[in-house]
Ligand binder design. Sequence first.
Ligand code: NDP
Ligand code: HSE
Length: 440
Amino acid sequence: MAVEAVPVRIGILGMGTVGQGTVRVLQRNAGEISRRVGREIKVVHAAVRNPARLQGLRLDARISADPWAVVRDPEVDVLVEVMGGTGLARDLLLEAISRGKHVVTANKALLAEQGNAIFSAAQQQGVMVAFEAAVAGAIPIIKAIREGLAGNRIHWLAGIINGTSNYILTQMYREGWTFSRALAMAQELGYAEADPGLDVDGGDAAHKITLMASIAFGIPVDSFHCHVEGIRHLEAEDVAFAAELGYRIKLLGIARRRPEGVELRVHPALVPASHLLASVEGPFNAILVDSDAAGQSLYYGRGAGGDPTASAVVADLVDVARTMTADPSNRVPHLAFQPDALSNLPILPMGDVESAYYLRIRAENRPGVLAQVATVLAEHGISIEALIQRERASAESVPVVLLLHRCREGSLDEALGRISALPVVHPSVLRLRVESLAEG
Ligand code: NDP
Ligand code: HSE
């Protein structure tokens, strides 16, 4: 095979976990990549704030402390943005696009919050903005939804899409670690965001499910209306109660198309212990897609870390290198659907969501309490499927765990307002959704 003499020239912003991983994978697999593309992919310019980041990389490229120097470098054909943030990174990306450069980014926060403007600028300039690495690390889920399932009407997707949270929940369940010990280890292993609050409070998963919802349903990117709950408030006893009831607790991102709009939500949920998603552990991610022709398909792999994320960045570089000379109108649209064919389905309020629920109530340790709770639920048309109440002779309050049949979240909210006001109940009632993940 003749490999063309002219390489595709890459400029890279950020040399942290993902930046270093990208350089390593490009170097390690240079021969395989050239055989696939027909050209070499070469990093010619890198923005590096801290030169210590280059140790051990043998990077034969211009190095600048100023990221603008990379963006403005006429020798850079494709910009790889792996520095993160939504301010400077946006300005740099838009500048690169205005100069006709293609962009590959792992920055889900930026795309989920400002993707519409970025994709529209790229559309006008006829350049690509590729973002496989922004969702679920090494799993090629963007390609799977946008291209592999292009013949389907997608009903819903549900995913474990934050490696840090899944690692923490796994360590709490398997090893009995505290939340803070597990988080510190996730940071040391390079899974966590620079601000780990994004991981454990659900924001990172919200960015990812927002991007997937857009390409699954052909709607504009709208992370602002995504409902977000994290895992900080979970206690070890909830993990244990869930197991006793036959469930595992997972932080899920869920997007579901309904005739009247789209459910878009991130929250911890109970999933049946026998379901494949329940066995996704550690920093691994998995996304379950339910669509009309394919039925259910499951995508599993490493969701975070240097090399796994670099796998996606480099795959995007290969895609860009292969199609950069093609007529822009023949490329896969950024959001899978033609830009003038996006739908304006609204994001639905949580009150309209229907689900089964887990409640953990702390109640006074005396007769009749349960009857009061059950009465309020019954008055809102909500029925109880299972119940755990631990007798603790000496304790003043006891945890009462209820598994509820499916109901409208709005009705449950009203019932919970009344239950938490009962004098015999502690006001902090924990409510988790239960997802059966059944087909359809
Ligand atoms: P890191 O914090 O490890 O690396 C970011 C790098 O960008 C650092 O080297 C930092 O410099 C550099 N940087 C930041 N601002 C500037 C600036 N103004 N000028 C020059 N360099 C700058 O982050 P990650 O590699 O983990 O993440 C990068 C992006 O990839 C983020 O958008 C993240 O959300 C995304 N991502 C990360 C994954 C992961 O597993 N880590 C997985 C998927 C996506 P310095 O060395 O001085 O700190
Ligand atoms: N912090 C993210 C996670 C990195 O833990 O999943 C991958 O996007």
